[in-house]
Design a protein around this ligand. Structure first.
Ligand code: AMP
Length: 186
C-alpha cells in the first residue's frame, strides 16, 4: 500500500498518518516533521526552510524534493508507505510520479481530508497551545489556508484526474475517521 494524505492544515492528516503507519506497519514520511527536524538541526536546508515556514508559506520544491529523496537515501521508496503533507504542489506531485515510476512503483490511493474552515481554525488554535508550534500563530493560519487553496488544491485535481482520489469527511472522532480511511484503502 502506497498512499498520500492531503488536506488543509488542521485537517488531522498528521494524526491519521501516524495511526495508519503504527497499525499497518507503513513507513511514515511527513515532510512537515522532516522540515522541523532540519530547522532544529540548523542545517542549510533547515535555515532556508525556516524562512518560509515561519511565514506560513511553502518551502521551495527543490528543498522539499531533496529532503524526501534524502529520506530514501537516494534509493527507491519502500514498498509500503504513507506520505503526510507531500506533495503540496503539482511540481512535487510530478517529481514523486517520476521517482516512483523509475522504481516501477505507483500510488495505490490518495486520501483527501475535508474539514469546514471554521473547524480548521479552531483546531489550529488549540494545537498552538498544546504543541507550541512556531507556525501555528494567528497570523500564519490564514496564510497557510490560502497557500493550501492556491498551491495544493491543484494537487487534489491532479490526483482526481488520475482516478486516485478518495475523500474522507475528517470531522468527528479520530478512531471513526481512521476506520473510514482503512475502508477506503481496502
Ligand atoms: P505540516 O506540518 O505538514 O503542516 O507542515 C508545516 C510547514 O512545513 C508548512 O506550512 C510548510 O511551510 C512546510 N512544508 C511541509 N511540507 C511541505 C511541502 N510538501 N512543500 C512545501 N512546504 C512544506
Amino acid at each position: 500500500m502506497r498512499t498520500v494524505f492531503v488536506g488543509p492544515p488542521g485537517s488531522g492528516k498528521g494524526t491519521q498518518s501516524r495511526l495508519l503507519s503504527e497499525r499497518y506497519g507503513l513507513v511514515l514520511i511527513g515532510t512537515g516533521d522532516l522540515l522541523r527536524e532540519a530547522v532544529a538541526s540548523g542545517s542549510a536546508h533547515g535555515v532556508e526552510a525556516e524562512h518560509y515556514m515561519s511565514r506560513g508559506q511553502l518551502v521551495p520544491d527543490a528543498v522539499v524534493n531533496q529532503i524526501v529523496s534524502d529520506f530514501f537515501h537516494g534509493k527507491c521508496p519502500p514498498p509500503r508507505f504513507v506520505l503526510d503533507g507531500y506533495p503540496r504542489t503539482v511540481s512535487q506531485a510530478e517529481y514523486l510520479d517520476r521517482a516512483l515510476s523509475d522504481c516501477h512503483l505507483g500510488l495505490s490511493r490518495v486520501i483527501l481530508f475535508t474539514v469546514p474552515v471554521e473547524e480548521l481554525v479552531r483546531r489550529i488554535e488549540s494545537r498552538r497551545h498544546a504543541e507550541n508550534r512556531a507556525d501555528d500563530t494567528a497570523g500564519t493560519v490564514r496564510q497557510r489556508l490560502q497557500t493550501y487553496e492556491e498551491s495544493t488544491r491543484p494537487v487534489v485535481d491532479y490526483y482526481r484526474a488520475k482516478g486516485l482520489l478518495a475523500e474522507v469527511d475528517a470531522t468527528g472522532d479520530v478512531e471513526a475517521i481512521h476506520q473510514k480511511v482503512v475502508a477506503l484503502l481496502k
